[in-house]
Design a protein around this ligand. Structure first.
Ligand SMILES: [Zn+2]
Length: 395
């Protein structure tokens, strides 16, 4: 199957289509407002649907609002490729859209050249990845819906190309990065009880300063994360002292803590260290404290065979290639629980995303799409041939 020459994508069409979709829902400053389900979001989906129909492809919507396209009169199974078509309010023109248009470009190229794998590729523009509307329950709506849909059984795997949305690739001079997985995210509320007292007359040694417990915990988070897993990251984004006056020792405090890591075991270890640290600090400060987990999104590890395959494609294309862990959520995390999945990143200039400053050099947009096409050809061969469809998770 793979002895057929690899076709080249139509770079001009790719760039033109990116510009075209960027005009749908664009504000005066160039930021995009295709919020899931709004008029511009549906207009964007309509454009995707019509663009694929014009090419003679079979394009359709599912009940959720995902837009799929594949060749006419094919019976599957298919390798699914794509990303999300919605944006955050005032988002950038590449987050999601790039992966959707690159997938469209890959299928059109395979279709036009009548490549043998063309019958086994399907594109998707997911509905509501970003989860900014009150009804969307945190996003990933379209991909989550597919995991419960019978169409899932007709698919052999999933590939998603995306902009990095962070500064790591540009800082390291990387052009392509296979993605090994997506961090899990856990959030906690820290609640501390101490004793309010006069901030002038109460010596340090006699205070039960709830504010100090919260502050010291916040300061300890970086060390805990770094020691447990150098690739993990944490944040204390909210901290409040009560009653909140310059001359009153805080009698109560509350903080919101978030941690991210690529492995559940690392998240468990950080959580355990955090509990220990809070207990120790509270005791030292003569306070009581409780740390409660308020939410947990599991870490996603992509299929090792597919990640290795994508890495092989990337290394054939460029020396500037290193695997990365994604610190942002993607539809691929949901799909990876059901299908062999991998992702591919291209750099984000300055690390900007979710803003009108989102940018990736054209040469990298083209390179990423060509790498996606080659990954699709190789992965289709591997996954269709493979009798073993069980998921092999990346180490
Ligand atoms: Zn995205």
């Amino acid at each position: 199957m793979n002895a057929v020459p690899v076709p080249a994508i139509n770079a001009q069409r790719l760039l033109t289509d990116i510009t075209h979709l960027a005009q749908i829902g664009a504000g005066p400053d160039g930021s995009i407002h295709r919020i899931a389900g709004n008029k511009a979001d549906w207009a964007g989906r309509d454009w995707i649907d019509k663009t694929m129909r014009v090419e003679g492809l079979y394009s359709y919507y599912d009940e959720t609002g995902n837009v799929f396209a594949r060749r006419q009169a094919t019976s599957g199974p298919w390798l699914l490729i794509g990303s999300h078509a919605d944006t955050v309010p005032g988002g950038g023109h590449l987050d999601g859209a790039y992966g959707v248009i690159a997938a469209m470009e890959v299928l059109r190229t395979l279709h036009e050249t009548d490549h043998p794998v063309a019958d086994h590729v399907e594109t998707v523009a997911w509905f509501d990845e970003d989860g900014v509307t009150p009804t969307s329950n945190g996003g990933l709506v379209g991909s989550t819906a597919l995991t419960q849909h019978p169409h899932l059984d007709e698919l052999v795997g999933y590939l998603e190309l995306h902009v990095e949305q962070g500064p790591r690739m540009e800082a390291s001079g990387l052009e392509l990065s296979p993605v090994t997985g997506i961090v899990g995210v856990r959030r906690y509320t820290l609640t501390v009880r101490g004793q309010e007292n006069h901030a002038g007359t109460t010596p340090f040694s006699l205070r039960a300063d709830a504010g100090r417990v919260a502050s010291r915990t916040a300061a300890s988070l970086r060390d805990i994360c770094t020691e447990v897993d150098p690739l993990s990251i944490g944040n204390v984004g909210v901290i409040e002292f009560g009653p909140g006056a310059a001359n009153v020792v805080p009698g109560s405090a509350r903080a919101e803590i978030e941690i991210r890591a690529g492995q559940e075991a690392a998240l468990d270890d950080i959580e355990a260290e955090l509990h220990e640290s809070v207990a120790r600090i509270a005791e030292e400060e003569s306070c009581t404290a409780s740390l409660n987990r308020t939410s947990a999104k599991p870490a996603a590890q992509f299929d090792k065979r597919v990640v290795d395959l994508v890495e092989g494609v990337c290394r054939d294309r460029t020396k500037a290639c290193e695997p990365l862990l994604s610190y942002a959520g993607h539809d691929a995390s949901v799909i990876s629980t059901k299908l062999p999945t991998a992702m591919l990143f291209v750099p984000s200039t300055g690390g900007y995303s979710h803003s009108n400053r989102e940018h990736t050099p054209e040469e990298h947009l083209i390179l990423g799409t060509q790498a996606l096409l080659e990954s699709v050809i190789r992965a289709t061969g591997m996954l269709m041939d493979s009798k073993d469809t069980s998921l092999i998770l990346a180490a």
